[in-house]
Design a protein around this ligand. Structure first.
Ligand code: GLV
Ligand code: MN
Ligand code: MN
Length: 402
């Protein structure tokens, strides 16, 4: 990102550009409490402390950097530093570095906040390690049961509770944090757009209007593990074939429900050998739609299509997480849009911690144009000019709010 460094405004993105690179997938793999993500936590702490902010990790692993004394009715600005496997450089970090930059600008301009202010980094926004997206904000706000969170496991079988211990947290204290919630007077998240809305509008920035209803389900298929060479094709109960048929059904169910989206982005064969017919296959479904009812109907349709799975196998569908449609406070969105010169409002299909917090505290989002619309990919991008427009917008909003 030579442009960013040369400009010196979003140097933060450049400082972390070598952290968590994924040589196999391309892009970045920065997963909760693993080495790259721990390095990013240390980087954030150092960066915030250089601005004189007081950094603390809450009991759910979210990091708060306070400008001035912590307190109630705070203006809180932030996003996340973790990534999907092979993710881009902007999803999450752009919001964090922009928030730090905005604070630095205000300090340089001699602004003294009249109310508490914090930069917040949420833990496990992508759910890439423990399977549930926005885990830090769900725990903080009580949107997930703490026992359920404690029992989540990563791909190596480590529970969230065990990982929390290694990160220095007390698993008994995970869960709704009323004191932290009560401090948030308003939460603002700046994020790279993850679609083509701003390209179509030919605008660099928008406020968020809504988020699609979305959830994750595990589709599990069981059959008969057996020998790939010795088992006749007609004698098999192969769950991989059942999963393949199901994946085609997932696509069809979404196509049959205009506007809905359904994806299988991860599949796991058990035991997973080239010369082994699997005994089980797990496939993870991500389904989204405009309304809760539509998203639920798509999943019901997929479930019905799995009623008699192919090849004499058995299929089960297990819900792993769910977030209903989020409508951001329209008055707040309109007020912020006006303060920024009348920027447009856009819906999004991507989930965000702001969407989780919106149920509890006044919350708004700012999107920065993504010139290809591509996200969750190494190709994700935003121009320097648009990133600067985002920082300037945060600067303007913080001046208005503080
Ligand atoms: C997060 O980016 C999601 O939408 O899953
Ligand atoms: Mn993301
Ligand atoms: Mn994100």
């Amino acid at each position: 990102m030579p442009d960013l460094v040369a400009h010196g405004v979003l140097a933060g993105l450049d400082e972390i550009s070598g952290t968590g690179r994924d040589q196999r997938a391309g892009g970045y793999s920065r997963h909760l409490w693993q080495s790259a993500e721990l390095d990013l936590r240390a980087w954030f702490t150092e960066r915030a402390e250089r601005l004189g902010l007081a950094v603390e990790t809450d009991r759910n692993g979210n990091i708060w950097a306070w400008w001035g004394a912590p307190g109630r009715d705070a203006v809180v600005v932030g996003s996340h530093l973790d990534s999907v496997p092979g993710g881009g450089a902007y999803d999450g970090p752009l919001g964090v570095v922009s928030a730090l930059d905005a604070v630095a600008r205000l300090q340089a301009a001699g602004v003294v906040p009249t109310r508490p202010c914090a930069v917040l980094v949420f833990a496990e926004e992508e759910g890439s390690r423990f399977g549930v997206a926005c885990l830090g904000s769900r725990l903080l706000s009580g949107a997930i049961d703490a026992d359920k969170a404690r029992g989540l496991t990563d791909r190596g079988g480590i529970t969230f509770a065990e990982a929390a211990v290694t990160a220095g947290l007390d698993p008994a204290h995970l869960g709704r944090d009323q004191e932290a919630l009560d401090r948030i007077g308003i939460f603002l998240e700046l994020h790279v757009e993850q679609g083509r809305g701003l390209i179509d509008l030919a605008e660099p920035l928008a406020v968020a209007s809504s988020i699609l209803a979305h959830g994750r389900w595990r589709l599990s298929f069981t059959g008969q593990g057996n020998h790939a060479g010795a088992t006749l094709m007609t004698d098999r109960r192969d769950p991989m074939v059942a999963a393949a048929h199901a994946i085609v059904a997932v696509q069809q169910a979404a196509l049959d429900s205009p506007g809905a989206r359904a994806t299988v982005g991860r599949i796991e064969a058990v035991p997973g050998g080239t010369n082994v017919i699997p005994s089980a296959v797990h496939a993870w479904l991500d389904a989204r739609a405009e309304t809760d009812g539509q998203a639920r109907a798509v999943v019901a349709d997929i479930t019905a299509r799995l009623d008699s799975p192919h090849a004499g196998c058995a299929a089960t569908v297990t819900e792993e997480s769910w977030t209903g449609t989020v409508t951001f406070d329209p008055e707040l969105a309109a007020r912020l849009a006006l303060a920024l010169g009348g920027i447009p409002a856009l819906p999004t299909g991507a989930g965000h911690d702001a969407g989780v917090l919106a149920a509890r505290v006044p919350t708004a989002m700012l999107f920065v144009r993504n010139p290809t619309g591509i996200s969750h990919s190494p190709e994700e991008f935003a121009t320097l000019e648009d990133c600067l427009a985002g920082v300037e917008a945060l600067d303007t909003l913080l001046r208005e709010l503080l």
